[in-house]
Design a protein around this ligand. Structure first.
Ligand code: HEM
Length: 436
């Protein structure tokens, strides 16, 4: 059964947590106490409301500086260079860990608990496997395939707003609109049943949590329980599609010859597409509504002339990036901005800071939906891991916001929005609004 997922609290779960989160948490907490800024970004919940003062302190140190996790860059130029460089890979390599950590990782390995931030997830896999995964799924995300989805996005948006429009009382725009819209879109695109959307939301939330390092045990165990439930659902779904395939991407993937994807890889690919397909777009939508409420003239301008929505979405992505940071590991000895980087060491790439780099964006702390070069942001990363769903996310966000402003031009935020309790992803968990 795939109903409410109980938290898993077996000894193996505890060991998996200890090695993947418990030890990093101890290390980061100590480093944060010593004043290390990257550790503080990852550990200090007070920085969640506004990490930019810390980004600016790092920027004042130069394009790259030292941190408890290796080098860190808030620079757009250096971030783009690292993300596009063949000298760097994703994730870290087990071989660089102490022997006992490698042993623990092998001993606690369990495909049924795989999350989106561990191999074989595409996000943390280097070529040649990465190239193989990406080639198998990119046909569903070509510009033409994505554009064909535009009418469905609008129809889904209108139907959600019909359900949400309860009169003058405040409603939660995240629960009623920003969260379900991208879930319904990606579920349709992948051919998974949309009636399981409440489950997808819960499982996706768990996947999002596991992107953060150093989770407390209870949160990790809950997330692992949800991931296991998602894998069980996917196994059943793949069996159904093998018996009765449709015209969708997942039917195509399950019908491939056995040597194209192992079962574990198939799970990883579909889980990532499902999770990434909505856990980020929900943030883009909620960040956009909060920013445009605070810049009311810009909302009014867009409501009057909807042709500006595409650029407005780019400015939201730049100004309040839904994915704040990522990282890369040097595959061989190399250099970054003149600094030597030994093989195996890490560079933390602060996407949210790069997107406010004054070398690229004039007056970067100003939110301006007409900013001509807003699209130069790195919110979708760069290089071979450039977001596969960027086109879809742009289309969804512009469509959802245009329909919202058309239908409810007087919409106002009606209470304090609540930030999600996450560090890597940035958005809101609750956004009370009055529609009329
Ligand atoms: C506002 C919405 C979105 C944002 C800000 C976003 C951001 C990102 C970023 C920053 C990365 C790369 C991380 C890195 O380089 O380490 C990425 C990768 C990815 N995204 Fe998105 N994403 C969004 C929406 C979507 C959607 C709608 C999909 C739909 C399928 C999607 C699927 C993926 C996949 C599959 C990858 C992995 C690509 C690879 O490793 O080659 N994303 N995304």
């Amino acid at each position: 059964m795939t109903g409410t997922a109980p938290a898993d609290r077996t000894p193996r779960t505890a060991l998996r947590w200890a090695v993947a989160h418990g030890l990093p948490a101890m290390y980061l907490t100590r480093a944060a106490r010593r004043g290390d800024l990257v550790a503080r970004l990852l550990r200090d919940p007070r920085l969640r409301a506004d990490p930019h003062p810390v980004y600016e302190r790092l920027r004042a140190r130069g394009p790259v500086s030292d941190s408890s996790l290796g080098l860190v860059t808030p620079s757009h130029r250096v971030a783009a260079e690292v993300l596009r460089s063949e000298a760097f890979g994703v994730g870290w390599h087990r071989s660089t860990a102490p022997r006992w950590v490698q042993w623990l990782l092998t001993a606690t390995d369990d495909p049924a608990a795989d999350g989106v931030a561990e191999p074989p997830s595409m996000l943390v896999t280097d070529p040649p496997d990465h190239t193989r995964y990406r080639r198998l799924v990119s046909r569903a995300f070509t510009p033409r395939a994505t554009a064909a989805f535009e009418p469905r996005i609008e129809a889904i948006a209108r139907s959600l707003l019909d359900q949400l429009d309860g009169g003058g009382d405040p409603v939660d725009l995240v629960a009623g609109y920003a969260a379900p819209l991208p879930v319904l879109v990606i579920a349709e695109l992948l051919g998974v049943p949309t009636d399981r959307r409440a489950d997808f939301l819960r499982w996706g939330g768990a996947a999002a949590v596991t992107l953060d390092p150093g989770l407390p045990y209870r949160r990790y165990a809950e997330a692992e329980g949800a991931l296991r439930a998602m894998h069980r659902f996917l196994s059943g779904h793949f069996d159904r599609l093998r018996r009765d395939p449709g015209d969708d991407l997942v039917s195509h993937l399950v019908g491939l010859p056995d040597d194209a994807l192992t079962d574990r890889e198939l799970h990883a690919v579909v889980m990532l597409l499902l999770g990434a397909g909505f856990e980020t777009t929900v943030n883009l939508l909620s960040n956009a509504v909060v920013l445009l409420d605070a810049h009311r003239d810009q909302w009014n301008g867009l409501a009057a002339d909807p042709s500006g929505w595409d650029l407005a979405v780019e400015e939201v992505l730049r100004y309040d990036s839904p994915v704040q940071l990522t990282g890369r590991t040097a595959l061989a000895d190399t250099t970054v901005a003149g600094r030597p980087v030994p093989a195996g060491s890490r560079v933390t790439v602060l996407l949210g800071a790069a997107n406010r780099d004054p070398e690229v964006f004039t007056d970067p702390a100003r939110f301006d939906v007409t900013r001509a070069n807003a699209r130069d942001h790195l919110a979708f990363s760069a290089g071979i891991h450039y977001c596969l769903g960027a086109g879809l996310a742009r289309l969804e966000a512009a469509g959802a916001l245009r329909v919202l402003a058309e239908r409810f031009p007087r919409l106002r935020v009606a209470g304090p929005p609540v930030r999600r309790d996450l560090q890597t992803l940035r958005g809101f968990s609750r956004l009370p609004v009055r529609l009329r």
